[in-house]
Ligand binder design. Structure first.
Ligand code: AMP
Length: 292
C-alpha cells in the first residue's frame, strides 16, 4: 500500500473529515520523522485498532531549546514513507514550519503539573513546545486515538493530562518502548552516537535495571536506589549523568519510599547525544517490556 503524503492543513482536514463521515476511525501517530522500529510499533498498534492511520512528521522548533540539535536533527523523507507504508500507515502529514506557524505563535499551551521535574527541569521550555504542537495537531486531526511511546513517559503523562484538562476529543494510547538487543531504547538521536559511544550507551538502561533489581530484592529506600543507579552511570567514563529518578508513575514526583508502584527514569549525555530512558517497577517486580 502506498502512502499518501499531505503537506498542508486544509487538505488533511478535508481528507480526515471525509473518512470519519464514511465511518472510519482515525489513528494518529505524531513524530519528528527519521522513523525507526519504535515509531513503526506505534503505527502497527494504531493500524490494529483504527481504520485510517495518519503519521505526522514535523520537527517542531518550539520544543528545542537554545543550543539543542534543531539545526542538525536527522531526516530521511523517503525512508519514512517506507516505514509508514510497511507498518500499515496510510497518510503521512509532513508540514513545513511556515505551514504550522505562518506567524510567530502568540498562544502557548502549558501544563502546570508534571512539567517541572526531570526533562522539564533539564529542558525548561521543552514541554510548552510539545503541548502547544500536540494541541495544534489534535485540533487539525480532530477526533481520533493518538499513540505515544512510553520511551518518553513524562511526555505521554503530560499529553494525557492536557487532553483531559481541555476535554480534547482524543483518546491517548501509551505504547511500550522498543529496544535494541542490548537494552538501548531506539531513538532517532542514536544516530549521533559514534561506535565507542554506541557500545557504552546501554549503561543507561543497565542503571535503571540495577535500580529495579534492588527494589525487586526488597530495597524500599529510594535514595539508595537512586545512588545505585547513579553509580552505574558514573562508572562509564564517556557518560555524563543528567539525572536518575525514582518517581510516582502518576504524579511523576520523586518518591522517598518504593512501597507501591514506581517508575525509574534516567537521562545522560554521551558525546553529541542526549539519551533518556525509563522502566516500570511495581510491588518489587519488573514489569515485563517488549524487547526487540
Ligand atoms: P519522536 O519522533 O522521537 O518525537 O517520537 C515520536 C513518538 O514515537 C513519541 O510518542 C515517542 O515516545 C515514540 N517513540 C520514540 N522512540 C520510541 C521507542 N524506542 N519505542 C516506542 N516508542 C518510541
Amino acid at each position: 500500500m502506498t502512502v499518501e503524503v499531505i503537506e498542508a492543513i486544509a487538505p488533511l482536514r478535508a481528507r480526515l473529515d471525509g473518512a470519519r463521515r464514511a465511518g472510519s476511525t482515525i489513528g494518529l501517530v505524531p513524530t519528528m520523522g527519521f522513523l525507526h522500529a519504535g515509531h513503526a510499533s506505534l503505527i502497527e498498534t494504531a493500524a490494529a485498532s483504527d481504520d485510517l492511520v495518519v503519521v505526522t512528521s514535523f520537527v517542531n522548533p518550539l520544543q528545542f531549546g537554545a543550543g539543542e540539535d534543531l539545526d542538525r536533527y536527522p531526516s530521511d523523507p523517503v525512508g519514512d514513507e517506507r516505514v509508514v507504508a510497511t507498518a500499515g500507515g496510510r497518510l503521512l502529514f509532513r508540514p513545513s514550519v511556515a505551514e504550522m506557524y505562518p506567524r510567530p505563535m502568540s498562544t502557548t499551551v502549558s501544563v502546570a503539573a508534571l512539567t517541572q521535574v526531570m526533562e522539564g527541569a533539564s529542558r525548561p521550555t521543552h514541554f510548552d513546545g510539545v503541548t502547544t504542537v500536540v494541541a495544534k495537531l489534535f485540533s487539525i486531526v480532530g477526533p481520533c486515538r493518538a499513540y505515544f511511546g512510553e520511551k518518553d513517559f513524562q511526555q505521554l503523562t503530560i499529553v494525557r493530562r492536557m487532553t483531559a484538562d481541555l476535554s480534547l476529543p482524543v483518546e491517548v494510547v501509551g505504547c511500550p518502548t522498543v529496544r535494541e538487543f542490548d537494552g538501548l531504547a531506539l531513538s532517532s538521536r542514536n544516530v549521533y552516537l559514534g561506535s565507542d559511544e554506541r557500545v557504552a550507551a546501554p549503561v543507561l538502561n543497565r542503571a535503571l535495571r540495577t535500580g529495579a533489581g534492588l527494589i525487586a530484592d526488597g530495597e524500599h529506600d529510594a535514595a539508595t536506589v537512586r545512588a545505585a543507579m547513579r553509580g552505574v552511570i558514573e562508572d562509564e567514563p564517556m557518560a555524563r549523568l543528567d539525572y536518575v529518578e525514582v518517581a510516582d508513575p502518576d504524579t511523576l514526583e520523586p518518591l522517598d519510599r518504593c512501597d507501591e508502584a514506581a517508575r525509574l527514569f534516567g537521562a545522560m549525555r554521551l558525546g553529541r547525544a542526549r539519551l533518556i530512558d525509563n522502566i516500570a517497577v511495581a510491588h518489587g517486580l519488573f514489569i515485563a517490556e517488549e524487547v526487540r
